[in-house]
Structures are given as C-alpha cells and as structure tokens.
Design a protein. Sequence first.
Length: 362
Amino acid sequence: MSPRAVPVVVVAGYLGAGKSTLLNHLLAGAGEARIGVVVNDFGAVNIDAMLVSSAAGGGSVRTVSLSNGCVCCTVDDDELEDVLGTLAGRGLDLIVVEASGLAEPAAMVRRVVLAPDPRIDYGGLVYVADAAHLPDTMARHPSLRHHLALADLVVLNKIDLADDPEAARALVREHAPSAPVVRTVDAVVPIELLVDPEVLARRAAERVGTPRQLTLDEALREHEHDEHAGEHAGEHAHAHLHDDYTAVDVTAGRLDARAVADLLADPPPGVFRTKGFVTVADGTRLEVHSVGRHVRTAPERGGRAGAASVLVFLGIGVDGAAVRARVDGCEADPMAAPDPQAVLSLLRYSAAAQSDSAFVED
C-alpha cells in the first residue's frame, strides 16, 4: 500500500442494520479527519441534519463538498470507479462506500480491489449485522452467511435490543470465525480501526494554519451540543457498548518470508489490520499491510538493510501473547542458507503483481 493511498472501506449489511447510523457517528466523531462518503443507493440518506439526495438518472454524480473536504456522493453503481478516482485527488484520509442493503458485498469489494487508480487502496469490508433480528433475517435470506464470511470486521449492532446477545455473536462466529466482532449500540465504531491514528495526526498537522470554515464534524457536534444543552458534564448523548480495540507492537529479527505471508493472509483471531516492515532471511526488506485477509506489500523506500522487523496488529479482543507467539514462529533459521525464491511469497502481494491478477472469491 502506498503511504499516500487513501483507504476505501466498504460498509455493507442488510436493510435496517445500521449502516447509515454508523456513517453518522463516524462523521460526527471524525475530528480532523477528512472523509469521503459514497452512497451506493437511490433515495435520500439522512446524515444527522445533513441530507444527501440521490443522483439524477443516467449515471450522473452529484457531489456535496463540505468545507473540510468531507464529500458525500450518491452515485449510480456503474460509476463507482470514476467517483473513487475523483475523491482520491481531494486530500482525503478515508473513503467509505456504503453499499445498498440489497447489494452484493463481493461485487463491491471486487470493484475497489481492481480499481486502477494507485491513489486508492482497499481498506476492508465492514459488515453491519442487526443483533436483534439476525437469526430471523438469516433464515429468510441464507445468502447473508456468505456476506458474513467475506467480512474483515463485523459490527454487531443493536446489541441492546437483542434477546440473546451471546447467541447473536455465536451465529456471527459460525459464519465469520476469524473476523473481529465489535458489539455496538447505535453503530459507534472507533475511527482508529479504519485509519492509522498516526496518519491522521500527520495529515492534521500538515493542515494546521490553513484557512477553513466550520468542518462537518464540528457542525454535527455543535448540533448535538444544542440538542443536549444542560446535560451533566461527562454524560454521552449516545450510549454504546463495544469491545476494547487493541494495538499490539512486535519487534523481531529476520523472518521467514513464507511464514510471514501465511501470518498476513491468516491473521491471529481478532486482528483487523496489520502494518509494518519485515526483513526476510535473504535481507530483503518489505513494507507490509493487511486488512482482514487482503495483503499488500512493497519494497521499503530507502531500505534500511539489516533493520529489525516491526509489525503492528490492530483489532478487537486481540491476545497479545498469541500474536507475539505467531511472529516468533516466523523467525528465520539463522543456520540455514536463505532461499532466494522465498521472498516471492510476499512480493506476489505487491501492487504490480496484483494488477496482473483477477480478484477471486473464496
């Protein structure tokens, strides 16, 4: 993944699961983040007090550009690639594609993964599930089991309304055994799960001192403040439940490339995102990123020969000891002669290699 590439996160889920609510809170709590939202649906979508109207017919695109660069678009499905390319040039930190409740998530993911613009990169499939109605919904629509299986992160929403929250979680686990699951009320998801906090901080610092008007998140916060004036300090307008999200940092020596490839493609339980630098047995040093099971690699720029391998694992309910044990299991045998072909197991995930291959569903 290029350091300048904008992550594109696909948010999917059946009708009424809470996708738009997730976007409302993501925008309201974005801080200095600049977020583009693509609504892949027809009709009107309310983002708190902000209304995003559907695009006119014929595949045209209507863009509402709000002063901090947050962009809300409603587009014809066929124009998604063009819209992502346009948004990628606007200095955004994150692009979120809200799929229709009737959309096929695999098709949406495929479009993002295969989008040719190098300024964007796949940021994962976030699947929103309604905990209160999940068993009945899945009984009526068995295809949802395949949607859950594709998820990189599952948001088990409306957990407060579920008669049996643990049964709902177990049902998710049955079809998405390795994806992190965050249990929410009102679909409140920390933005740090979707964008690197240090990237947000760096980009915010770069924008300090530049003239700007009131940002979208500031406007929404002022709106909430007016609605809840007089409430006691420290009380929240929206209660929520979610598992703690964790970052586990691991430093190691030279690692076996094939073992690292397996680790990235099959991350430890609860891990949503992985990033870092890996020095493999033959001394090659690579920048590595993964979101769920989607892996990207590239030779490190200005390579630091012999530098330690450094990996950061971000997710929900992550067992730090288990993560470190997995990395320890990747250590290269210092007594064995390096296999010059081993690094290909990681380089096959490079942008150049992936551009020549088709996206294949499991």
